[in-house]
Design a protein. Structure first.
Lengths: 112, 117
């Protein structure tokens, strides 16, 4: 399977703490994207990082990409209870149609 | 911008029924739409890629005759689960983007929870 692996599978933290999720993938990519999914809902795009970029920020989010190790990380700083959700990385394998292969996901629980 | 609407959000029906799910891009033209299936507490598995005006491309292991996809316009793609059985019960999600050869995120609908009795 081409599916990426994420770890941890589940993460439980207190409000105000930082949350770090890691993603590893198997093949060369055009870009890597992170998405958030609230329970029973669709996915919301968070950040897209291209294969020639190493780090990207958006508000409280920081994404890194290491193409030599085929890995990425998502850091959420100063977490809030509203950040409770599942987080997925997804790789664009450069097939032309932006077909994405999703990782296994990390379930984040932020307690007040 | 880039809103995708999926309907219905929830459907329960008897075994043997065919069920149609609609995916609409509300404020942009979506040349390409994708259909995913998601089991509880698992990741998304791509079922097929739908391009406006052409046949859908199905992933390996997905039955074309079981999951009929039609992308008749730049704002609408439909997935029909034909003669549904309990094993077809799942969460189905669509996504859309502006088309090929652009680096861009996908825009997701809110999903359809399908329960076959």
């Amino acid at each position: 399977s081409q599916q990426g692996e994420e770890d941890p599978q589940a993460l439980s933290i207190q409000e105000g703490e930082n949350a770090t999720m890691n993603c590893s993938y198997k093949t060369s990519i055009n870009n890597l994207q992170w998405y958030r999914q609230n329970s029973g809902r669709g996915l919301v795009h968070l950040i897209l990082i291209r294969s020639n970029e190493r780090e990207k920020h958006s508000g409280r989010l920081r994404v890194t990409l290491d193409t030599s190790k085929k890995s990425s990380s998502l850091l959420i700083t100063a977490s809030r209870a509203a950040d409770t959700a599942s987080y997925f990385c997804a790789t664009d394998l450069n097939t032309g149609f932006q077909k994405l292969v999703f990782g296994t996901g990390t379930r984040l629980l932020v307690s007040p | 911008g880039a809103v995708v609407s999926q309907h219905p959000s929830w459907v329960i029906c008897k075994s043997g029924t065919s069920v149609k799910i609609e995916c609409r891009s509300l404020d942009f033209q979506a040349t390409t739409m994708f259909w995913y299936r998601q089991f509880p507490k698992q990741s998304l598995m791509l079922m097929a890629t739908s391009n406006e005006g052409s046949k859908a491309t199905y992933e390996q292991g997905v039955e074309k005759d079981k999951f009929l996809i039609n992308h008749a316009s730049l704002t609408l793609s439909t997935l029909t689960v034909t003669s549904a059985h309990p094993e077809d019960s799942s969460f189905y999600i669509c996504s859309a983007n502006y088309g090929p050869y652009r680096v861009q995120p996908q825009h997701f609908g809110d999903g359809t929870r399908l329960s076959i009795l």
